[in-house]
Structures are given as structure tokens and as C-alpha cells.
Design a protein around this ligand. Structure first.
Ligand code: ATP
Ligand code: MG
Length: 400
């Protein structure tokens, strides 16, 4: 016997009333996206849940892919058998052999298909006693707190048997909350921030500033790789690469070093604001954490934030670095993030950055930077790239 289905349940979606149908469709599309590497596997929506048919594909990698999808509350491995008592008994036994450490169990039969002649109470009894006999003393029944609850779900199309429930990624399906323009660096924080936003249903579009030749192709590839890691949580993701060399060299030349970083950040946000508006995106996000570095003090945020009146979402604002690092390791971005390629923020890095930059001083310095012209040029030079998924994502060589 072989596990042949995975039953997917969605929780928080139920709260969303009228939008439910739309959310379910999105979730199904996101599930299909992560299942693309498994051509025989099919996902279908049926009666308030999603059924994944394995069609003889191994269940483990499929379950691992599903575990990443936001909006899934829980899932169970399932065996489908014919609507016959003997098949159900054997199936239940097989499912219990998947739990070698279990000491107690119970059977919970549900008979949605009322034409099946045995009622659920009798099914519990007949299947339970069959299992007890087979395990002779190794397993006992505990109806209140069993180690394993064997659910036998009798439907017209067949009986689905599950034993055990695995926690899903929870949250909301990516795309259900709209789109966010995310400032993605090659660092540890911003991929984590993107993941958190995706977990609340945001579809992220990435904006990355690079300064060739000071930043190299490997740094660019790193940003693609980080984005590719994030696609396994539900969607194709677009990256916009903004050429930033000219702006940075200009700032370096014209602005006192203590304000260089502030002006550079203001330019980034100015450009982000314009791109978001052009693309009908309602919010910008980044990986800032309060007080982490000079550019992330409240005074800095205040001065930099002046460049936009779109909401700037900062999911990591109150998180400490250790927690963020542990998070990055868990989602698989950490190893890529720590590769030592130069980010545009670290070139010409001033050592005397102001921790309390002022808005009016910043505006004065910007008079020497030809802000309008530089922004327009940078935006005109944007290269965009769609990263489709861990299995199909292109590499730089193929693209540029
Ligand atoms: P990260 O690990 O995300 O790089 P960090 O702690 O190193 O964060 P900074 O380098 O000060 O902090 O950057 C703060 C935020 O600004 C980043 O989280 C990111 O959202 C944005 N940012 C920094 N550099 C870039 C870049 N080259 N392109 C796009 N966004 C950037
Ligand atoms: Mg950084």
C-alpha cells in the first residue's frame, strides 16, 4: 500500500466571508505553483478543502512543498480505498503502521455518503477491533487522548483514511492582500521581511539597487537566488534592478560624508515611491529594524520617510538580529545572504553617518544632486526579471 493523497485544510480563510471563493482560488493556484516540479501530482478543490492526488509520486517531497504554502492551516497524508469494510480495515492498519511509536489510537469514522450501509459507530467498532487484533497488545484504544486518531471519511467517490495532522504555514495566501514593493538587498534582513509579508497575503515585487562595476554580477545573482528561495512560498516574483552607480558617485562627490547615507536612502525611497505609483502598488516595504544601524534610528526613518506618503511597512521593526538570523535559517535564505558580495550600500561607506539627520539639511544638500534628472535616468535604466520558481528560475548567464 502507498499513500496516495494529501488532504489540505485552510483555516483563517473561513473568516473572510464573501471573499472566500476568491481566496480559495488563490490558494489553489499557489499550491499548483509549488507542485510544478511534480508533473503527475494534481490539486483539486472539493467541499471546503483541497485534495492533492499523488498519482504514485512519493508523498514526502510533495508534503514538504505544501508545508511552505501560506493559507494552509493543516494537512494530512491520506489513503483512498473503495467503500468496502475490508478495504477500510486494511487501510486503517496501514496508516497506523506509519506511526511506529504510537501506543494508543482511536478510529473516527464519518459517513458523508449515507448510502454506505454501515453507520459510523459500527465502523469505528469494526475497524478498531480489526486493528487491535492485528497489533495484539502493542496498541490500545484511547478515545479521549489517542496518540493517533485514524479518521475514516466515507464519501461517494471513495473512503479517505488519514492518521495524524501536520501544521501548515498558516497565514493568508500570497496575493490575497494585494501587492507590496519590497526593497530587497542581498543581506539577511530583507528576505525575512519579504517572507513575513507574504505570510500576511502580500504579493511582493522586488526593487534592488545595484552599482556596477562596484557591485558585481555575483551580487546580482545573489539577489536572484534569494528571490528564487522566496518563490517556494507561493508565487512567481518580479525583481526590478535599478542602476544606482551614477547617483551614488554623485552623492559621494557633492554631499558631506555625514549625510551621504541619508541622501542615498532618500533617493532609494524617492525612486521606490515613483515605481510603486506607476505600477499601482499601494505600499513599500523594507527590512529595517529599529536602532539596528545609523540609518534605522527614528530620526533617520523620519527624514528618509519624507520622500513618500505611501505606507512603508517594516515587518522586522521590533525584531532583534538573533531572531531574524534564526528565521532566515529556517526559511533557507541565510546561507545565500551571508555570501560576501558587496552591496551598493557598503561602497563608499562613510564612517561618520549622522544618527539624527534633519529633513531641512537633507533638502539643502539635495540641491547639489540634480534629484529629478538622476531619478528619471535611474528609472529609465531599470531591468526587470521574473523569477518563476526554485525548479525553473533562470540564471544570470541566461538572462543578461
Ligand atoms: P539587510 O540585511 O536586509 O540588507 P541591513 O540590516 O543590512 O538589512 P541596511 O543595509 O541598512 O540594513 O538596509 C536596510 C534596508 O534597506 C534593507 O533591509 C533593505 O530593505 C533596504 N536596502 C538596503 N540596500 C538595498 C539595496 N541595494 N537595494 C534595495 N534595498 C536595499
Ligand atoms: Mg544591508
Amino acid at each position: 500500500m502507498k499513500m496516495d493523497h494529501i488532504l489540505v485544510r485552510y483555516g483563517e480563510l473561513a473568516l473572510k466571508g464573501k471573499n472566500r471563493g476568491h481566496f480559495e482560488k488563490l490558494l489553489l493556484a499557489n499550491i499548483r505553483h509549488v507542485l510544478k516540479p511534480f508533473p503527475k501530482v494534481q490539486a483539486k478543490r472539493t467541499f471546503g478543502r483541497i485534495v492533492v492526488e499523488l498519482n504514485s509520486t512519493d508523498h514526502e517531497p510533495v508534503a514538504a512543498a505544501l508545508a511552505n504554502v501560506f493559507g494552509i492551516q493543516s494537512y494530512s497524508l491520506a489513503l483512498r480505498v473503495e467503500n468496502e469494510l475490508e478495504a477500510m480495515q486494511k487501510g486503517a492498519l496501514f496508516m497506523l503502521t506509519q506511526h511506529p511509536n504510537a501506543k494508543t489510537f482511536k478510529v473516527s469514522a464519518r459517513r458523508a455518503y449515507k448510502l454506505f450501509p454501515i453507520d459510523s459507530q459500527s465502523l469505528n467498532h469494526k475497524i478498531g477491533s480489526y486493528v487491535l487484533k492485528a497489533f495484539t497488545g502493542e496498541l490500545t484504544v484511547d478515545v479521549h487522548h489517542p496518540d493517533v486518531n485514524v479518521v475514516v471519511d466515507v464519501r461517494e467517490s471513495g473512503t479517505y483514511i488519514t492518521a495524524g495532522v501536520y501544521a501548515g504555514a498558516k497565514g493568508l495566501p500570497v496575493g490575497s492582500s494585494g501587492k507590496v514593493l519590497h526593497l530587497l538587498s542581498g543581506g539577511i534582513d530583507s528576505p525575512v521581511a519579504a517572507h513575513m509579508l507574504m505570510g500576511r497575503g502580500a504579493e511582493v515585487e522586488m526593487l534592488h539597487f545595484h552599482s556596477p562595476p562596484y557591485t558585481n554580477e555575483r551580487a546580482k545573482q545573489k539577489v536572484i537566488d534569494l528571490t528564487r528561495e522566496l518563490t517556494k512560498f507561493g508565487r512567481t516574483i518580479t525583481i526590478h534592478f535599478v542602476p544606482f552607480t551614477d547617483i551614488q558617485t554623485h552623492i559621494h562627490k557633492e554631499v558631506p560624508s555625514s549625510y551621504e547615507m541619508t541622501i542615498m536612502r532618500r533617493m532609494m525611497l524617492r525612486i521606490a515611491d515613483r515605481i510603486a505609483r506607476e505600477r499601482g502598488i499601494l505600499a513599500i516595504s523594507n527590512g529595517e529594524s529599529l536602532g539596528q544601524v545609523a540609518s534605522q534610528t527614528l530620526a533617520s526613518m523620519n527624514t528618509i520617510n519624507e520622500m513618500t506618503n505611501l505606507p512603508v511597512l517594516r515587518p522586522l521593526l521590533a525584531m532583534d538580529k538573533e531572531t531574524t538570523i534564526a528565521y532566515a535559517k529556517r526559511i533557507g535564505t541565510y546561507e545565500t545572504s551571508i555570501l560576501p558580495y558587496e552591496d551598493c550600500c557598503t561602497i563608499f561607506l562613510p564612517t561618520d553617518s549622522k544618527t539624527k539627520p534633519k529633513r531641512d539639511r537633507s533638502a539643502q544638500f539635495e540641491q547639489y544632486v540634480q534629484v529629478e534628472e538622476k531619478c528619471r535616468e535611474a528609472i529609465a535604466g531599470i531591468e526587470s526579471l521574473e523569477v518563476t520558481g526554485a525548479h525553473t528560475s533562470p540564471t544570470l548567464d541566461q538572462l543578461f
